[in-house]
Design a binder for this molecule. Sequence first.
Ligand code: ZN
Length: 475
Amino acid sequence: MADNSSGFAVAGTLGTTSGRGDGDGSDIPAILITENASWDESRKPTVVITGAIHGNEWATPEVCLGIAEYLLANKDNSEAARDDFGMLINEAAQKTGDGKTEKKIVPSISDIARLLKTVQVVIVPVLNPDGYDFSHTDAGRKSYYGAGWRPNRRIQGLLDQDIVCYRQDGSQYASVPSDVDRCFLADFDDTADGGDLEEEEVVVCESRDGSSLYLFEPSLNVDSAEMFDALYGSTDPARVVCASSQRRVWKDAWPLIGEDTVALKTARADGYLQESSGVDLNRNFQYKWDVVQDQKHLFIRSRSPSSRMFRGRKMISEAETAAMERLVARMNVVALIDYHAGSTQVLYPYAYSTTEHAEHTYLGKRWGKNDYEAFRLLSEQIASILNRHDRGDPSIVNFTAAQNYNDVSVGSGVARDCYYQTERIAAINIEVHDKRYTYENEEFRSIVPKICKINVPGAVWFMFWAADLGARVED
Ligand SMILES: [Zn+2]
């Protein structure tokens, strides 16, 4: 792509991943698109587009490449940009004085030639290449209730003493309490009876004397506040929530010594403790990495190295997140789209809270009294562009604008919150497919091109808007 771009594109790499942790990392490829493209240009206002921070979100790299192709195909086009149905992308800019009172953002740029003179665009189709590759293997596809492998692939280590336990308020015990039972997130394995291995399905508790292991109220959903309350609410016996670097598996085939209870020795001898790997890169960023309020059911996941939503041992502990931080520190990044799958939403900061809003004015008060208003207006307009053409599949349209994924806090360390809060970047997420992540070959070929056609005009409009941001605005 970059080779035939007449100087409008250069390929590059953001860095190298850790792989499994033993020197088998992969490059994180990137493409820079602008007039006279050069990776040495650090002052030109920059829009960053990232895909596949979650390995299993297969449509997102394709959307990123679709955006790159559109920009390069129209690099010399100084007529107002149009979508594949011929509709104007920055439609409102072509209308004058229609007397509407509806509040709208109207970017001043409408064509790609001028856009690429004004901004540079860095596209990172696969930010998590190891997770993405593994999600294409049999094991990776089955992962996480069949949704596919989400985090990166770094092995977490096998330190048995590496147990950390938490109080109900989220604070950490200085040492593992010895007078209580210790409970962990675990997989539920009933493959011996013809069932499945369900990851992160149950909570298991190790008795304080180290003799037994029991399944904690399997009727309760791990993903619920009730589970968390029940763990702490009952005092007979007293229990605490803990995490360790090992993955735990409860096997239904084990011989019981009491109700849902087995000898810990038996369990250990039969694969109770296993290696765990992977950090959810979209929980590893520094802003609110350690948040505890309103996190009940997410708390145990984000702190468990065995979980697909593990936040990492430290903020920015991963090569991929560090590479992004280097990029935004080096270039004049003014705006960013991080593409995801799982719903059809345009999401703006913050992810960690349903009540706190982006009340700064980093974006310059031009589109509302604070950034929350600007983001909401911006995201609603993008959603309406994405909803413009119904391509016959309701799962890839019906976009809404929202602060939180499906109206719930998704917890700590989310990339977009961090880019906005610490770097003052106008960062949004776009989720491109409702409840879907991976695909069979046939459906990939039929549905993903439609997803790209829907999403390219939304990204282009966002870039037109971002061009007006110019240099970063101080608060
Ligand atoms: Zn995602």
